[in-house]
Design a protein around this ligand. Structure first.
Ligand SMILES: [Fe+2]
Ligand SMILES: [Fe+2]
Length: 332
């Protein structure tokens, strides 16, 4: 299989090893436990299913931006918003399970003394905690949400294992999942965290630990991809925008049962995911850091640039990591 060779960590630069050691030590020094660090039973963390803060914010959620949603009675907006938020939390947990499966497959073929082996295990430990934290939150919200769309859910065990062999694609895919979730959660906090406190606390913990995960995936790809041969680099260049678009859809768009449950017209779902200009802006806004990374690795050329554009994941490159979307302040 293409991209299946074990990375030669012996040729990795010392700087890269130092970065991984710093990240590993960061995981030891600063990490969260889903039960020690979240006061689930504190009165202010109780879930109020009728809390108006479940209403979807138009700047952050593409469905929340539709006229159809805005014109619903408040109770219905709350009900739909609560289900959608609970489902996106469940989707996040499912994505992390795929990440763990792929990463475990990948590290067990690494040589002794690989710095990646240690760091990846720290990351998987954190992802296990996130899955537990997210599932506890979903249980407490109380909607029986399915999470991932059915095909992705069915394929997820295979995707994880395949990713362990196609490890460069695996780490591109990891970023394709982590970036939209991270952008979405950061946007919520930046807009004033108008969500129930238990949800906000989980997001804060997640953002804090994801910073390391995203740094690692960036460093990993920058270390390994430029050293690959032309064929591998070409595959990575094409896979990059495809993975971003595919995973943004899997993670941020709801499963079909959502529209059935709430009688949402097909035209509204299409508008929200991702035909409306405002939703396209949200979609492309997830990936400013990824466009910069692809450029830094020499993966942007006329062909791949066209692919980013056709898939609607093109746009400005971030000037610094996690830069808030510039297009919200001036015309696209
Ligand atoms: Fe996570
Ligand atoms: Fe992560």
């Amino acid at each position: 299989m293409a991209l299946s060779t074990t990375p030669d960590t012996a040729t990795s630069g010392q700087d890269y090893h130092d970065v991984l050691l710093t990240l590993s030590e960061g995981s030891v020094q600063r990490h969260f436990d889903p039960y020690l660090d979240i006061p689930w039973d504190a009165p202010e963390f109780a879930i109020d299913r009728n809390d108006p803060r479940w209403v979807l914010a138009p700047e952050i959620d593409p469905l929340g931006a539709t006229d159809w949603y805005r014109s619903l009675p408040l109770e219905r907006q709350i009900e739909i918003g609560r289900w959608r938020i609970a489902n996106s939390i469940k989707v996040g947990a499912a994505f992390e399970s795929v990440l763990i499966r792929g990463m475990m497959q990948y590290i067990m073929q690494l040589p002794n003394n690989s710095p990646e082996f240690r760091y990846c295990l720290h990351e998987m430990t954190e992802e296990c905690n996130h899955i537990q934290m997210f599932q506890e939150l979903v249980n407490r919200i109380g909607d029986d949400v399915p999470g991932m769309r059915p095909i992705f859910r069915a394929l997820s065990p295979l995707i994880g294992v395949a990713g362990g062999y196609a490890w460069a694609i695996l780490f591109i895919g990891i970023l394709g999942g982590e970036e939209p979730i991270d952008h979405y959660q950061k946007a919520i906090i930046r807009e004033g965290a108008h969500l129930p406190p238990a949800v906000v606390r989980c997001m804060e913990i997640h953002i804090a630990e994801e910073a390391r995960h995203i740094s690692f995936a960036n460093e990993f790809l920058k270390e390994h991809v430029p050293a690959m041969n032309t064929v591998y680099r070409t595959v990575c260049g094409l896979a990059f925008p495809l993975a971003m678009r595919w995973l943004a859809g899997e993670i941020m768009a709801p499963p079909p049962s959502f529209a059935r449950t709430f009688d949402i017209p097909r035209s509204v779902i299409k508008e929200a995911f991702w035909e409306a200009p405002s939703s396209r802006k949200i979609l492309s806004g997830y990936f400013g850091d990824m466009r910069k990374l692809a450029g830094d690795m020499g993966l942007m050329n006329p062909v791949t640039r066209t692919l980013w554009k056709v898939l609607h994941v093109d746009g400005d490159e971030s000037r610094y990591r996690s830069e808030p979307e510039r297009r919200t302040t001036h015309a696209a």
